[in-house]
Design a protein around this ligand. Structure first.
Ligand code: GRG
Length: 290
């Protein structure tokens, strides 16, 4: 356990260093854009998705150098989505990780460019990565494109903006969270498994794990929104919106969270001992307080 926690910290440090390297903007005219990107990229994000990418890769004995660009790309996509999500014409958030949202510091124009810039950088770093075998690049980039697009986060965000009110059905809520949140977990696990030449049923097991973990993670987010103070979770709470707690109450949501966590853990059974780090990651994720 101690070793795994240290391993997770080491992955986070590696990712931070590489992200810094990828996002250096040498052109003095871009100083303001660089500040806006860095403001969101280095503001205490938990780096769950890149850590997950590395842990899956490790199960399939992928050399860490082959995972680095992909893990950073996933974090860039995640950060781009947070900046966009917070904009006034989207979720109109004031707070993110306990600090003013990017657009409140740098303006909506710069925040929009920071989001799109990060998104495009994600694909650029993967395609330009000499450590990643060329034959892996098409499946990886295709997956990372579809997870952001209409069949993924954009679709989930659309449904969130248009239908996420207190009269929403469970099917709608499920659609939103599978697309907005769980899909990036699934794509992250899947690309790491693809790089590791995982067999079909192994990729499927990782997908099932990631989907259920992502879902449980979102339920824990809704429980935190309903039970914690804004200052503790570092973001504003929208009381007008529907969520797991408005549909099932805190107790019912906790039961569902447990159910999805169990499904996630069950999916790992085919890996035996090799999946110990993923089991630990699930525990860390679901015990979080912010
Ligand atoms: C531009 C990529 C892109 C997408 C456009 C805006 C949008 C469509 C989608 C929004 C997706 C979104 C913000 C989902 C929320 C997911 C979620 C639970 C975020 C919190 O994740 P944590 O806790 O965040 O891992 P930290 O702060 O640790 O990084």
């Amino acid at each position: 356990m101690e070793r795994s926690l240290q391993q997770i910290d080491a992955i986070r440090n590696l990712i931070d260093r590489k992200l810094q390297e990828y996002l250096i903007m040498r052109e003095p005219l871009l100083r303001g854009l660089e500040e806006s990107v860095n403001y969101s990229l280095f503001s205490g994000g938990k780096r769950i998705r890149p850590v997950f990418c590395f842990l899956v890769g490790e199960m399939f004995c992928v050399p860490p150098a082959q995972l680095l660009s992909v893990a950073c790309a996933v974090e860039m996509i995640h950060t781009a989505s947070l900046i966009m999500d917070d904009l006034p014409h989207m979720d109109d958030e004031r707070l993110r990780r306990g600090r003013p949202a990017n657009h409140l510091v740098y303006g909506q124009d710069v925040a929009s460019l920071a989001s799109v810039g990060l998104l495009m950088k994600a694909y650029e770093v993967v395609l330009a990565d000499d450590c990643l075998p060329d034959e892996k690049k098409i499946p990886v980039v295709t997956k990372l494109a579809s997870v952001v697009g209409i069949d993924g986060m954009v679709g989930g965000q659309f449904a969130d903006l248009k239908y996420m009110d207190k009269s929403m059905t469970y099917a709608t809520l499920e659609f939103i969270h599978i697309h907005k949140t769980a899909s990036l977990f699934v794509a992250t696990g899947e690309v790491a498994a693809i790089i590791g030449n995982a067999a079909g049923e192994e990729v499927e097991a990782i997908r099932t794990f990631a989907k259920n973990l992502g879902f449980a993670f979102q339920i824990s987010d809704d429980i935190l929104d309903a039970t914690a103070a804004e200052a503790d979770i570092g973001k504003s709470v929208h009381h007008d919106k529907g969520n797991f707690v408005t549909l099932f109450g805190v107790g019912g949501s906790r039961a569902r969270m447990k159910e999805h966590t169990q499904k996630a853990l069950d999916a790992l059974e085919i890996f035996g001992e090799k999946s110990a780090s993923l089991v630990l990651l699930s525990k860390i994720l679901l015990a979080r307080k912010s």
